[in-house]
Design a protein around this ligand. Structure first.
Ligand SMILES: Cc1ncc(COP(=O)(O)O)c(C=O)c1O
Length: 467
């Protein structure tokens, strides 16, 4: 047995015997090294081994902790729309209106807290653009968007092996506008589109506004898009477009594998279905290994890839984009008719930030904090929520999906929480007909503190009344 294995074995025994209990901090690396007469590297290896086994978790700048019991993953559902129909979900209006009116702890919003974003660097970029490029910053931007920014975005696609030319990119007001423009360009009212279930409620609203009919393909916890079901739907129906979130779907956080991504591309190409890819969470893989966008394997030119800086830099600057493939000209025209073009200043400031600052460094820190937050949310749920509450185990993104035991009422929990000043997203928001009544999405973008711990405890007490 190697030295680190022997040390890991001793720590494992202490955990099993309760000498080190769930949530407790392990001795520091230095203490382990000194106490056991081994090198620091050996102590680190032993802790990494326990982490690999799921017995310990690393917390940024705090060391290793004994991992608490985790909630089970959500049960896979068969609720989904097999016959095309319109989006009919009143929660899309009333729940979102209630949240918009409230000043609450924002556990409902899938955004990193402002303190986790590089506010000073972005402010410096905004000021610099106004100081040194006032005329351009205050003038109209080209409808397609400023070339300096489109080049930067094309370079980021290149880093993940996707060949996207700057000429193919259109700057939009966030990913939401990118998805809406893409849908408006490739569909006409009455067409059938596939959405995931569960999926981001903004997609459902865009589909409803354009009077499209929907079919739903399951996104499975821990697995991603159900590719076999998608193929079935495409065989049985004429589907114009599929709006998919293969990387860390909102709300489940699940990741579709590379093999499944390639299989679904083949299916869609075979059936003449355009894919509108929403890759807004691709940069937020907590491991740091950015998964590929579908666009990487799109040999047939059927993917319109949508992205945004909202989840990694600044949602309020409203800078997103799409890579329009064969539809680029039509998309630029649609953008022009919609708003002439996006505001110049945020685009130029974003380009300035990307040129001068270290985005990778910021992302490393952000991903690490999100992973830690999600872990702490899991632990708090195991501590405070009703026994049998289930939670997704995402490896990236900003959302955690919870399922109450015994068909508990997620909407009642949402309303009770709102009355206490805590914002949550009830499960009914995430499907075309208001399914997932016993589910809830929480955001893991808020840094952990006492207020959050208390809110999770309060939510747990309310959840016990809702089951
Ligand atoms: C999956 C998904 N797509 C798109 C959006 C909209 O993003 P943006 O702020 O860039 O418009 C969101 C925001 O929550 C999202 O979760």
């Amino acid at each position: 047995m190697l030295l680190y294995e022997r040390l890991a074995e001793q720590l494992r025994e202490q955990i099993a015997q309760g000498a080190l209990s769930a949530g407790e901090r392990l001795p520091s690396i230095r203490q382990l090294a000194q106490g056991h007469g081994v090198s620091v590297a050996t102590a680190v290896q032993a802790c990494l081994q326990l982490e690999r086994e799921g017995l310990a978790v690393a917390r940024p700048r705090s060391g290793y902790f004994v991992r608490a019991a985790m909630p089970q993953p959500p049960v896979v559902r068969s609720t989904r729309r097999r016959v095309p129909g319109t989006v009919s979900n009143p929660a899309l209006q009333d729940v979102l209106d209630m949240l918009a009116r409230s000043d609450v702890l924002p556990l409902h919003s899938a955004t990193p807290a402002p303190s986790l974003l590089p506010q000073a660097a972005l402010s410096a970029s905004l000021s610099r653009c106004l100081r040194h490029g006032q005329a351009a910053s205050l003038d109209y931007a080209p409808p397609q968007g400023h070339l300096v920014l489109r080049r930067q975005i094309a370079q980021r696609y290149a880093q993940v092996g996707a060949a996207v030319a700057p000429d193919e990119i259109v700057i939009t007001a966030g990913a939401m506008e990118a998805i809406s423009l893409a849908l408006r360009t490739v569909t006409k009212p009455g067409d059938v589109v596939v959405v995931e279930t569960p999926t981001y409620h903004g997609i459902l609203q865009a589909v409803a506004a354009l009077q499209l009919k929907v079919l739903e393909v399951p996104n499975l916890p821990g697995q991603g898009i159900d590719v076999a079901r998608l193929e079935q739907l495409l065989q049985q129906n004429t589907v114009r477009a599929a709006i998919l979130i293969p990387n860390f779907n909102n709300p489940l956080g699940s990741l579709t594998s590379d093999a499944d991504k390639q299989a679904l591309l083949k299916s869609c190409a075979r059936h003449g279905t355009v894919i509108i890819e929403d890759d807004i969470y691709g940069e937020l893989a907590w491991s740091g290994q950015r998964p590929s966008p579908l666009r990487r394997w799109d040999k047939q030119g059927i993917v319109i890839s949508c992205g945004s800086f909202s989840k990694i830099l600044a949602p309020g600057l409203r800078v997103g984009w799409l890579a329009g493939s064969a539809w680029t000209e039509a998309l630029i025209r649609a953008k022009y008719f919609s708003s002439v073009g996006c505001a110049s200043l945020p685009q130029l400031a974003m380009a300035d930030y990307l040129q001068r600052h270290d985005l990778e460094r910021h992302l490393r820190r952000l991903r690490c904090t999100l992973a830690d937050n999600a872990q702490r949310l899991h632990e708090a749920i195991a501590r405070h929520w009703p026994v049998g509450t289930r939670a997704s185990e995402p490896r990236g993104g900003l959302s955690l999906w919870l399922q109450l035991p015994d068909g508990g009422d997620g909407r009642a929990l949402f309303e009770a929480a709102l009355a206490k000043g805590i914002g949550t997203s009830p499960g009914v928001l995430f499907s075309s007909r208001g399914d997932y009544t016993d589910c809830m999405r929480l955001c893991c973008g808020l840094p952990w503190d006492e207020r959050l711990e208390l809110a999770l405890k309060q939510l747990g007490q309310l959840a016990k009344r809702a089951v």
